[in-house]
Design a protein around this ligand. Structure first.
Ligand code: SAM
Length: 241
C-alpha cells in the first residue's frame, strides 16, 4: 500500500513514521509513505500557500495552484484514491479503513487554515474523510489516523505478534478486557478463567465480556454486529437483569 501525503508540515510525521507498528511496516516495505511538501510547489518570495478569503472574513484559505501542482507531481498507481481530510467529510471508522485497503494508493491532502479552496474539493477529490466531529488545526493528525488504521489491516503488518481479527470493531463488537502480569495488582486479581488453561472456557469468557462491554458502552454497535444464537441468548439474559 502506498500513501502520498500532501502537507505544508512534513516534519509533523517524522517520529510517528519511524516508530512502532507503522515504523516497522515502512522499514519492511509493506507500506510506502511519501511526504510531499506543498510549499515546494509555491511560487513567489514567500512561497505562500494561502491567501485571504473572497468575500472577507477571518482566516486564510489554501490556494489551489500549489496544491494542484503538488497533486500533479505524484505518480499515480492503477487503483488510486485522492482523499481530503476535512471535518465536513464522512466519519472514518473501521469499515472505512477496510474499504481503503481495496486501493493501491491513497493520496491524503492535509488542509490548514480555514481549509482548501472549494475548487480543489470540486475538481480533484474522490473522497472527504473526517476523523470526528471536532475541528483540528490541520489534516496531518487525520492523515496519521487513516494511515495507522489502514496499515494494521494489511497482511503481514502486525506480523506474528497478533492478528487484527480480535481488535475492537472487527466483528462489530468492542474487545474483551486484557490482563497481563502481575497476577494481583493493587488488590485486583486476574479473572481465574484466564489462568485455567481451558481454551474453550477462555474463548467463551472473552466473547461474553466483549458482548457485555459493547452493550454497556456502545449498544448502537450491536445492531450491525455478527451475532450467534448463543450471543443473542446471553444478551437477552443481560438485558433482563
Ligand atoms: N473551516 C473549516 C470548517 O469549518 O469546516 C475547518 C478548517 S480546519 C481549521 C483546517 C484543516 O484541518 C481542514 O482543512 C482539515 O484538513 C483539517 N481538519 C480539521 N478537523 C478535521 C477533522 N475532524 N477530520 C479531518 N480533518 C480535519
Amino acid at each position: 500500500m502506498r500513501f502520498d501525503v500532501l502537507t505544508i508540515f512534513p516534519s509533523l510525521f517524522y517520529g510517528h513514521l519511524e516508530e512502532g507498528i507503522l515504523g516497522r511496516a515502512v522499514k519492511r516495505g509493506l507500506v510506502d509513505i511519501r511526504l510531499i511538501n506543498i510549499r515546494d510547489f509555491a511560487t513567489g518570495v514567500h512561497k505562500a500557500t494561502d491567501d485571504r478569503p473572497y468575500g472577507g472574513g477571518d482566516g486564510m484559505v489554501m490556494t489551489p495552484e500549489p496544491l494542484t501542482k503538488a497533486l500533479e507531481s505524484i505518480e499515480r498507481l492503477d487503483r488510486s484514491l485522492v482523499i481530503l481530510l476535512s471535518p465536513q467529510g464522512k466519519t472514518f471508522d473501521q469499515e472505512a479503513a477496510w474499504d481503503c485497503t481495496e486501493w493501491d494508493q491513497l493520496i491524503l491532502i492535509c488542509g490548514r487554515y480555514e481549509g482548501v479552496d472549494e475548487r480543489i474539493r470540486l475538481g480533484c477529490i474522490d473522497r472527504e474523510i473526517s476523523i470526528g466531529d471536532y475541528v483540528l488545526s490541520g489534516g496531518e493528525i487525520g492523515a496519521l489516523v487513516v494511515m495507522d488504521a489502514v496499515s494494521r489491516l494489511i497482511p503481514g503488518v502486525l506480523g506474528g505478534e497478533r492478528s487484527n481479527q480480535e481488535d475492537s470493531f472487527q466483528d462489530g463488537l468492542l474487545e474483551y478486557p486484557q490482563y497481563t502480569r502481575p497476577r494481583v495488582f493493587k488488590g485486583r486479581e486476574v479473572p481465574p478463567v484466564l489462568l485455567s488453561g481451558d481454551h474453550e472456557k477462555i474463548r467463551q469468557w472473552r466473547r461474553r465480556e466483549s458482548l457485555k462491554r459493547t452493550l454497556e458502552r456502545r449498544p448502537d454497535l450491536l445492531k450491525k454486529a455478527r451475532l450467534t444464537s448463543e450471543d443473542e441468548k446471553f444478551l437477552a439474559e443481560l438485558k433482563s437483569q
